[in-house]
Design a protein. Sequence first.
Length: 119
Amino acid sequence: QVQLVESGGGLVQAGGSLRLSCAPSVNIFVFHNVAWYRQAPGKERELVANIALRGDVHYADAMRGRVAISHDSTNNIVPLQIMDAKVDDTAVYYCNARGRYGDAAADYWGQGTQVTVVS
């Protein structure tokens, strides 16, 4: 059973930075795509950023220009760097991994990590 473990959440002041990590129980390059989503109270879960196996990245409008997603092969994690945090970034951030060799429909989620931005 594949597991994804997020970490790095916490309390940050507006304008500050935070680095979230997604650590899968298998090699990160097993997955076709790894993404970060977030869900604020009372709102639907939304995409923040995703990175494909070959390294192609996509950023959703909500945080474009203030986040960076990458593959960290040394630590076998997919980090999400958040910069210039805003109060509206307060949410639970989830890691999602989709598709793997032999199972294109594979879809895994982590338990989420809380990010709270205060002014």
